[in-house]
Ligand binder design. Structure first.
Ligand code: XMP
Length: 487
């Protein structure tokens, strides 16, 4: 909402929270129950800082309990899904909202007694939907203003940010680009940098920002590991060089990767081989370029916070996805210009810096590429078959205008052959699975309910046009319990 924010864990020391000099604090929702021993708690000093506090769902229940009210568990008063909030008073948050508005609820616990000084501002049925002590600048919402199913939720959040906290909503991507480019210039002086491009949005935007600051003192390296999609190496390289004017070295190392992967079936082994070889190629190329003292990486804010676990440092999420971890002996200083941004903000920065819309909204593609989409061992022939099938999936999804609605869409080549009949001939060929999913962040996903006509077209085209595949199946597993990739 164009207001700079940071996410901190509840157990951070209060001195650390004060040091941020926040204009306001939002206590988030969460899956725990405040009635459970050992659940996340709140230092009461938060309420003595004299700044506005907004508790959402768990955050509301927690603040009510912490300030002398009461939250209870269970019973038959759970609310999941759509509900109607009836406004009793508008106060700061509900300014200009109608008397009744749709909200999204998701809670088993409920606040059944408010702390002294609190007043109910909205109810859903006979439950408290919103309450506050406006003289102390403390608000609580039982519903979720941040989801699309609360259509007026953004206005409620805006009221909190601007009217309660006095924030200006001036954290725009144009202002971010300006200040970031200035600080990169100051940090780097006349030195040079290198950047490994993956072909994805994050590393490209990071490179573009640094390029804004230091021009051709930035050299990018884009490695073809032989596991990219059809024509991807050439088209992405061309886009980098001709449209985005980056100085990019395209390194075709396919043979090296494919030789190392020969006969390897285990997915984790495939990942390790590809990750290690990427580092080797990158090191060799950067030594050839010489004299760089900085390394640019496209680390995003979720990568930064995901390495802080609320249950202590042991449970780090997502470790297996860090394919391109670069060796420490390179002694390069890191530049991570996107560390403060979320994905949607990175896309906005990309657009402001001249990236095409289709490039900005590219689907994620895993570092190990098609290696984890060919089940079993990888051969040139199987890569060729999968690339052709995958290209048809991309074309038909694009043609149906569905790219933006989907998180990922791809084909997987299975190590199974099945009998078919084509013309008068019996065939005995491979099976391809289609994996097409919707997701917000890749952590959970659902299989896409694509129109039958689109699925039919994809299936017909693959079987007719790709020699080596005679059967197409559709994967209807959500994540969890499935994962998005098959390996
Ligand atoms: P899974 O398969 O774990 O994937 O549900 C979640 C998201 O991560 C991508 N993915 C990877 N990305 N290296 C990557 O850079 C990997 O080894 C890797 N494995 C999965 C996947 O495409 C999906 O977007």
């Amino acid at each position: 909402m164009s207001v700079y924010c940071e996410i901190v864990p509840y157990f951070d020391a209060i001195e650390k929270v004060r040091a941020y000099k926040p204009s306001g604090i939002i206590l988030s929702g969460g899956p725990d129950s405040v009635c459970r021993e050992g659940s996340p708690f709140l230092p009461l000093e938060i309420f003595e800082m004299g700044i506005p506090v907004l508790g959402i769902c768990y955050g509301f229940q927690l603040l009510a309990k912490s300030l002398g009210g009461n939250t209870v568990s269970g019973g038959n008063k759970r609310e999941y899904g759509k509900a109607v909030a009836v406004r009793l008073d508008d106060g700061v948050l509900f300014k200009d909202l109608p008397e009744q508005f749709q909200v999204w609820m998701s809670h088993g616990d409920r606040v059944d007694q408010l702390p002294a000084g609190f007043k109910i501002f909205a109810k859903s049925g006979n439950l408290i939907a919103a309450a506050a002590d406006e003289s102390k600048k403390i608000w609580g919402l039982q519903f979720h203003p941040e989801v699309v199913h609360t259509p007026r939720g953004k206005e409620i959040l805006e009221n909190f940010l601007t009217s309660a906290c006095g924030c200006k909503r001036d954290w725009t991507m144009a202002s971010f680009i300006k200040s970031t480019v200035e600080s990169i210039k100051a940090q780097m002086g006349s030195e040079s940098a290198i950047c490994g491009l993956s072909g994805g949005v994050d590393s490209t935007v990071a490179a573009l920002l640094v390029h804004e600051a230091i021009g051709d003192r930035l050299t990018c390296i884009f490695v073809n590991n032989g596991l990219l999609r059809k024509n991807e190496f050439e088209s992405v390289l061309q886009n980098f060089q001709q449209r985005l004017h980056l100085k990019v070295l395209g390194v075709d190392a396919s043979d090296r990767f494919l030789a190392l992967l020969k006969g390897i079936e285990d997915p984790e082994k495939k990942r390790k081989i590809i990750g290690n070889e990427f580092i080797r190629v990158f090191e060799e190329e950067s030594h050839k370029i010489g004299n760089s003292s900085f390394l640019v990486q496209g680390t995003l804010y979720p990568d930064v916070i995901e390495s802080v676990s609320v249950r202590g440092p042991s449970a780090v999420i997502k470790s297996h996805h860090n394919v391109g971890g670069l060796p420490s002996e390179m002694k390069l200083k890191l530049i991570e210009p996107l560390r403060e941004l979320f994905k949607d903000e990175v896309r906005k920065v990309g657009e402001e810096l001249g990236m095409d819309e289709s490039f900005v909204h590219r689907h994620p593609f895993p570092g190990p590429g098609l290696a984890v989409r060919i089940i079993g061992s990888i051969t040139e022939e199987r890569l060729f078959v999968l690339r052709e099938a995958d290209a048809i999936v991309q074309e038909e999804i694009e043609r149906a205008g569905l790219m933006r609605d989907l998180w990922q869409a791809f084909a997987v080549l299975l190590p199974i052959q099945s009998v078919g009949v084509m013309g008068d001939d019996r065939t005995y060929e491979n099976v391809a699975a289609l994996r097409i999913v919707t997701s917000m962040d890749g952590m959970t996903a659902d299989w896409a309910k694509l129109p039958y006509e689109v699925l039919e077209k994809i299936s017909n085209r693959i079987v007719n046009e790709v020699r080596g595949i005679n059967r197409v199946v559709y994967d209807i597993t959500s994540k969890p319990p499935g994962t998005i990739e098959w390996e």
